[in-house]
Structures are given as structure tokens and as C-alpha cells.
Design a protein around this ligand. Structure first.
Ligand SMILES: [Zn+2]
Length: 220
């Protein structure tokens, strides 16, 4: 339990809960912190999602921020929230404790892994753009979501390069008029040498290609 892990670090109450983005697997179950008096914070774009599809396990934010920057200060510590626009969902905050300069970058760079099969709720070109912007930021390592404690920044570059290759090779076959049913195997073969070391590559690469075909077919 998250509550128990926090207790190992401090007996003090949780003052703030900051939502990384709108997805339920990251923001459910905050009521126990609410009961302790915590203030819930998110980017303002998250609220519409929580209201559109209400979930009784999700506490609505008490405070939101708009724009690209919000600094949350408690005592002598500051947590910097940064918004890079639409990328994974449209309200994702990258969070950096200023005194350590190791950002928490959820879901945009799960180190050493593949994108989920159908790349859910990701805008491919905005994902690439955001990764480029993050790569230009002055930090050496980051904390990822889904069990990634600390990873070197090069993992973000690796993710961007995979996405760029996925997109360009899929587009190449679409432009050549290759049958849609043939494109997944062709692109998978072409990506294998560079990216087969990624977790679940063989299992998920063809679904990644199918998702990318929709991107070029629908603009989504
Ligand atoms: Zn997510």
C-alpha cells in the first residue's frame, strides 16, 4: 500500500496529492489521503475527463493549474509541475522536485519497454514532440511510471527513436500501396534489428503498426 510506504519515510501527514494525468490506473484510491486533509492538484484539463466519465474511486481535484508551469512549495521544498500539451491524454504533468532535479515522467518513457499494443490515448506526433522537449531539458535521469524506479535519459531517446521508426516505416508502406494486412509483418521485420531488445517487442510490435495505420488513415 502506498500509505504504508509513505509511513516508512515520514510520520507526517500527506498535505498534497498531485495527479500526473487523467488515467484511472494512476489516480484511483485517493480518498484515504483526502480523509487526512490532503489538497488534490491537477492540470485543469483533467477535470473535464473526471466529470465526463465519473469514477467513484477518484477524488476530484481541489486546485488546478493552467498554462505550462506551476510550482508547489511546502516548507523549503518545491515541486515543479510542467505541462507539455497534448501527448498522453491532454493533462499530463511532469513533476520535478527542484532539489534533486530528477523528473517523474509517467507513461511517456517506460524504460526499456514497448508502447502498449494499441498505444492507448497517445497522440503519436505530440508524443515525439514532447520527448524531444524533455530530451533538451537539463537532467540526467528520471523516474518512470509502472515500476521504473530510475532510468537514464537515454531511455527517452530510445523511445522516441522507436516511435519515429514505427511511424516512418508504416507510412512508407502505406504510400507504396502495400496491403493493410501485410504491413504489420513487413514493418515488424524492418524494426527487429534495432528494437528487438525492448520488452514485449515480438508480442506487441504488429499491434503498434496497426494502431499507426489508423493514425495515418484517420489523423488520430
Ligand atoms: Zn496513462
Amino acid at each position: 500500500m502506498l500509505r504504508d510506504e509513505i509511513r516508512k519515510i515520514t510520520p507526517l501527514p500527506v498535505k498534497y496529492v498531485v495527479y500526473s494525468h487523467e488515467h484511472w490506473d494512476h489516480v484511483s484510491g485517493g480518498q484515504l489521503f483526502k480523509d487526512e486533509g490532503a489538497v488534490f492538484i491537477s492540470h485543469e484539463n483533467c477535470v473535464a475527463h473526471f466529470k465526463d466519465l465519473p469514477n467513484p474511486d477518484i477524488v476530484l481535484p481541489d486546485q488546478t493549474y493552467s498554462g505550462e508551469h506551476y510550482d508547489l512549495t511546502l516548507g523549503n521544498r518545491t515541486l515543479q509541475l510542467r505541462y507539455y500539451g497534448h501527448n498522453h491524454g491532454d493533462c499530463l504533468s511532469v513533476m520535478t522536485p527542484a532539489h534533486v532535479n530528477v523528473p517523474f515522467i509517467v507513461d511517456l518513457g517506460t524504460a526499456g519497454g514497448m508502447p502498449l499494443p494499441f498505444i492507448p490515448d497517445y497522440s503519436l506526433h505530440h508524443w515525439v514532440r514532447t520527448l524531444r522537449e524533455l530530451e533538451a531539458e537539463p537532467f540526467d535521469s528520471y523516474v518512470g511510471g509502472h515500476g521504473i524506479p530510475v532510468a537514464p535519459k537515454s531511455r527517452l531517446t530510445e523511445r522516441r527513436q522507436y516511435l519515429e521508426a514505427l511511424m516512418s516505416e508504416t507510412k512508407r508502406e502505406l504510400d507504396a500501396g502495400t496491403g493493410l494486412e501485410d504491413i504489420p509483418d513487413i514493418v515488424a521485420t524492418r524494426l527487429t534489428a534495432r528494437f528487438k531488445h525492448l520488452r514485449n517487442f515480438e508480442l506487441w510490435v504488429r499491434d503498434n503498426v496497426r494502431r499507426t495505420i489508423t493514425y495515418y488513415g484517420m489523423g488520430w
